[in-house]
Write a protein that binds this ligand. Structure first.
Ligand code: M7G
Length: 346
């Protein structure tokens, strides 16, 4: 099965989401009778230093370097231009840029097939709510949910990367020995990255240890390990990309709730706007902040903390009890949810 033949058989059902800010559109459809989610994202512009050199070692991990502006860069690549209007010193119009599948592709395309209800709901537009997740809510609602989510089927892609050599040719860094699994991790391009433009660099570091499902499992015993991990990430990545991205230009963070409950760290170029926020839900915590917080959170670390973040109505946790908790919390705080239920302060 290759991507082109799968997309050729994609039967459109409806638009899940369309975001003019991120230039992303997600479609629900089916392929051979099974649900499919097709996402397209317009790629960023190529200019000057953000050009890819085909890898020389035969690896497909792209390497970046400073180069003269070429025929595909914005400016030289303008093949058609139509002015719409001008007013005083302001001019605006539309243009067509030269495209090339390797040098300057139009869009990055992602396909999930067969897609589960989790995938579909995750991409679907939804109403959002701010919720305070207390330690009690974590124990009673989130823990059973995590157990449900940790099926081998859902974690397959992670295990494929860690143990089965999946995406091997793209791995940027790997440190692993079966004797010292605790410290092992692998860094590779995230599925979200087009792999072309370093301005939108997006990598993911996946750890080998499997005793940490999420932020909640982190306690002060993990602090030194995280400090080492953070240091390695910020040393290795700039080196790997010839210092076209510097250590202090990397946003290193984790998500809560994550989509996958096996500890991993996101590594993103700070130029990439809104990354981590684009989902509209969940929270993003910088690894540096996690390390700092573990210095004073107490022996149980994040297990004792109340975490406030945004949750979408499509998230299973919403139906599994978060909805009621939000209502209770607002009531407890004495905050009216509609004009009829109260006006002003008492
Ligand atoms: P997350 O914080 O659990 O969820 O991150 P998020 O998707 O809401 O951010 C999981 C990360 O793994 C995401 O950034 C995904 O894009 C990435 N990812 C997911 N899958 C299935 C793959 C994959 O098969 N390969 C790679 N390289 N990355 C993936």
């Amino acid at each position: 099965q290759d991507l082109a033949s799968l997309i050729g058989r994609f039967k459109y059902v409806r638009v899940l989401d369309s975001n003019p800010h991120t230039k992303v559109i997600s479609l629900l459809g089916s392929i051979d009778g099974k649900d499919a989610v097709l996402t397209a994202e317009k790629t960023h512009f190529i200019f000057d230093e953000t050009v890819r050199r085909p890898s020389q070692s035969g690896r497909s991990t792209p390497i970046f370097f400073h180069r003269e502006i070429d025929e595909y860069s914005f400016l030289n690549g303008i093949t058609d231009l139509k002015e719409l209007t001008s007013n005083d010193i302001y001019y605006w119009g539309l243009s067509v840029l030269k495209q090339h599948i390797l040098h300057n592709p139009t869009a990055k395309v992602n396909l999930i097939w067969p897609a589960s209800q989790f995938h579909i709901k995750g991409y679907d537009q939804q109403d959002l709510h701010v919720v305070r997740e207390t330690p009690d809510m974590y124990r009673n609602i989130v823990v059973p949910f995590i157990q449900e989510m940790c099926t081998s089927e859902r974690m397959k892609w992670v295990n494929n990367i860690l143990y089965e050599g999946a995406e091997d040719d793209r791995v940027v860094y790997k440190e692993y020995s079966s004797r010292n699994k605790e410290d092992g991790f692998v860094i590779l391009p995230d599925m979200k990255w087009d792999g072309i433009n370093i301005d939108s660099l997006y990598l993911v570091a996946i750890v080998y240890r499997d005793d940490i499902k999420s932020l909640r499992d982190l306690n002060p015993n993990h602090r030194d390990w995280l400090i080492r991990l953070n240091k390695k990430i910020k040393t290795i990545i700039p080196q790997h990309y010839d210092y076209n991205v510097n250590p202090d230009e990397l946003r290193v963070f984790i998500h809560y709730q994550p989509s996958y409950y096996h500890f991993h760290v996101h590594i993103v170029n700070i130029r990439h706007p809104g990354v981590g926020e684009e989902r509209g839900s969940g929270m993003t915590v910088l690894l540096e902040d996690v390390i700092e917080a573990l210095g004073f959170l107490g022996p149980e670390g994040y297990m004792k903390k109340t975490l406030t973040y945004v949750i979408g109505e499509n998230h299973d946790l919403w139906k599994k009890g978060f909805k009621e908790e939000v209502e209770k919390q607002l009531k407890h705080d004495g905050i009216a949810t509609s004009p009829e239920k109260g006006s002003g302060f008492n």
